[in-house]
Ligand binder design. Structure first.
Ligand code: BDR
Ligand code: CA
Length: 314
């Protein structure tokens, strides 16, 4: 049976690749996409989600969500990484469908409650929608099947500050609620995603197989690749958000550890994810206070990229 899934996203170049996977994978039943600000403003995120589904000739519900962080002030969107339109400034048509009339958090609550124990939430942007869904109905903690979050960093260091990864940094207060809510959760952070580099030849194969959607994936990739070359001296891109789906479908490609997670919400380390492995005892009981979760510590990057290409070219 295919996995019923809600994809919470801020598309975003690497989000777009992941959306293509969620639309294409035969073992994923994409119930809907919920959008958040992050890589772009909220209206652009929603437009992009609608458009990407349309380019794949699919009609998927899209529910619009968070326009800003819960508490902190919003940073400007990273146009130098994802382009002004979130898709590398690649020229885009206007989608012909509109978003749902209910909000992203309401959509999440409704879908989870309609199919108790079945729905997986995959979140690859700042976590305001999931945090608000928890506030609307705390009971979803027991009714969701599992939650997979692309975000955070355990040993890898940060990508927007020396210690913080972008999705967690963008809304650390929401992240703190979501990562410590007590639902079955796996964190797929930079320790895994930085092991993966999707090169230009691999993107060419994807573009050739994905029709109109492929043009947008390749066009936006070209912009993102230029950023990676300058910033990290890599020829290719880290497909961060696709890794969350890779974990779901191919967990054996990741090394995970179980333990307690915390998020720093203020000060110089805001957005840092702190992990205390289950088997260690620390000097202070505070490190065992939060619920147990799984975090990715490493990954077989080459095999994950092969899986991405395979999924998008079959
Ligand atoms: C994450 O931040 C965003 O820019 C990407 O889309 C990804 O979700 C990587 O740190
Ligand atoms: Ca994202």
């Amino acid at each position: 049976m295919a996995t019923p899934l809600i994809f919470d996203t801020d598309p975003g170049v690497d989000d777009a690749q992941a959306i293509a996977i969620a639309l294409a994978h035969p073992e994923i039943e994409l119930l809907g996409m919920t959008t958040t600000y992050g890589n772009v403003d909220i209206d652009t995120a929603t437009t992009n989600a609608l458009l990407l589904a349309e380019l794949a000739n699919q009609r998927i519900p899209v529910a619009q969500g968070a326009a800003a962080p819960l508490i902190k002030l919003k940073h400007p969107a990273p146009a130098h990484i994802h382009g002004d339109n979130g898709l590398g400034n690649h020229p885009l048509p206007v989608p012909s469908h509109r978003a749902e009339t209910i909000s992203a958090p309401q959509f999440i609550v409704e879908q989870v409650n309609a199919r108790p124990g079945e729905v997986t939430l995959v979140a690859v942007g700042p976590l305001g929608n999931l945090a608000t869904a928890l506030q609307l109905d705390p009971g979803i903690v027991d009714r969701v099947k599992q939650v997979v979050v692309m975000g955070g960093s355990i040993r890898e260091g940060g990508n927007v500050t020396p210690v913080a990864e972008a999705n967690i940094f963008n809304d650390p207060h929401a992240a703190a609620r979501v990562l410590t809510a007590g639902w079955p959760l796996t964190l797929v952070g930079l320790d895994a995603t930085h092991r993966c580099v999707l090169g230009p030849a691999q993107m060419d194969k994807i573009a050739a197989a994905q029709g109109k959607l492929g043009d947008v994936l390749a066009g936006s990739y070209a912009f993102y690749r230029a950023f990676y070359r300058t910033a990290l001296d890599i020829d290719g891109c880290c497909p961060h958000d696709s890794c969350a789906l890779a974990w779901l479908m191919r967990p054996e490609l990741f090394t995970t550890a179980r333990g307690h997670l915390n998020v720093v919400t203020d000060g110089d380390a805001e957005g840092q994810t702190l992990f205390a492995p289950q088997e260690r005892t620390f000097i202070d009981p505070r490190w065992a206070r939060t619920p147990l979760v799984d975090v990715c510590m490493n990954a077989d990057g080459e095999a994950i990229v092969d899986w991405i290409v395979e999924t998008l070219t079959r």
